[in-house]
Design a protein around this ligand. Structure first.
Ligand SMILES: Nc1nc2c(ncn2[C@@H]2O[C@H](COP(=O)(O)OP(=O)(O)OP(=O)(O)O)[C@@H](O)[C@H]2O)c(=O)[nH]1
Ligand SMILES: [Mg+2]
Length: 321
């Protein structure tokens, strides 16, 4: 990693951490991943990370709770290490890591050697409104990418819409489906079956797994449409894992195509907008009161909210580009 000197208006605490992180210190990486969730630091981190050139393969593994995501990741880690490559895991937890049990469960299912510097596992809390997708995920991926991990695996609980959004943050989206769970119907409704790059039926050692995979192949590979791979694996038996890894390694790195970049920017803009509405709750309330007495329609109120927020920010944010 090159030790780029941070610009002079970066807070001193961040400058120090950035230098330690640039020297490859994992403790600094951990701290920066925490700061990536704090509003005061996010803009600075985006600036520091703007020169990162894409190098990692970023794979999201999503699926219903209990589909076997953590177990699968736990089995992929040693296979990736055997290839001589490093791997970082981001587990997006819809519950708070302080109160939820998932963090501990995930760690147990993803055993790692403590002194293996080629592996890193981190849990991210996803705010309730985001339904499983951590809002600082993009920044965390960039931090891990600059730390030179070859693979970044993201575990998210599939809850529909937010996982469709995750597609734009990663190179490859894997949808994990348990045998005979009926989940296919839910994913189909949410559009996730359509946007997933790879569909994997987990727990291939259980009865009905081959049947589920066959049904999915028939549903997904209709004549005239691009073929979508459906794989059958068993983390318990270790079957299908090498094939899955090979498929993943061969995926095109689409994260930095113009279309993905555009989608990521839109997602970020929406996040910033949502944060700013929260920051300016007083302005929002004033406008709603005003609208009520003036009898405005909802569309007009919403448009005014955006306009006023923009003008407040234009006044207080006189930043040089
Ligand atoms: N029979 C069988 N069970 C499995 C297999 N993989 C995982 N399981 C079991 O499925 C259960 C859920 O596995 P996890 O890996 O925690 O699933 P998850 O999708 O990460 O779950 P959440 O993080 O809670 O959403 C555990 O009891 C695992 O032991 C498999 O290949 N075969
Ligand atoms: Mg899990």
């Amino acid at each position: 990693m090159s030790a780029i000197s941070p610009p002079s208006d970066i807070p001193p605490v961040l400058t120090e951490l950035w230098q330690a992180y640039s020297r490859g210190e994992r403790r600094a990486l951990a701290r920066l991943l925490t700061l990536a969730g704090e509003q005061d630091y996010r803009a600075h981190l985006y600036r520091l990370l703007s020169a990162v050139s894409p190098s990692a393969l970023v794979v999201a593994i999503t699926g219903a709770p209990g589909a076997g995501k953590s177990t699968l990741i736990g089995k992929l880690i040693p296979l990736i290490r055997e290839r001589g490559q490093s791997v970082a895991v981001l587990a997006c937890d819809p519950r708070s890591p302080l109160t939820g049990g998932a963090l501990l469960g995930d760690r147990i299912r993803m055993p790692t050697t403590p002194d293996d510097t080629g592996t890193y596992i981190r849990s991210l809390a996803a705010p309730p409104g985001r339904q499983g997708l951590a809002e600082n995920l993009d920044l965390c991926i960039a931090l891990l990418e600059r730390f030179a991990f070859d693979w970044i695996l993201v575990e998210t609980v599939g809850v529909g819409q937010s996982d469709v959004a995750i597609r734009d943050l990663v190179d490859c989206l894997v949808l994990l489906i348990q045998p005979e769970s009926g989940d296919e119907i839910q994913w189909e409704k949410a559009g996730l079956l359509e946007v997933a790059d790879l569909v994997v039926v987990s727990k291939g050692d259980l009865p009905g797994a081959s049947r589920t995979a066959e049904q999915l192949r028939q549903t997904l590979n209709l004549p005239g449409f691009p073929a979508k791979p459906v794989l059958l694996i068993s983390a318990a038996k270790g079957s299908g894992l090498a094939e899955l890894l090979q498929q993943l390694a061969g995926q095109p790195r689409r994260r930095h195509t113009p279309e993905q970049k555009r989608q990521r920017l839109l997602l970020l803009a929406q996040e910033i907008l949502a944060e700013r509405f929260q920051e300016h709750a007083d302005l929002v309330q004033r406008l709603i009161d005003e609208a009520q007495s003036a009898g405005w329609d909802d569309w007009h109120v919403a448009s005014q909210l955006i306009n006023r927020l923009a003008s407040v920010h234009a006044k207080c944010e006189r930043r040089t580009p």
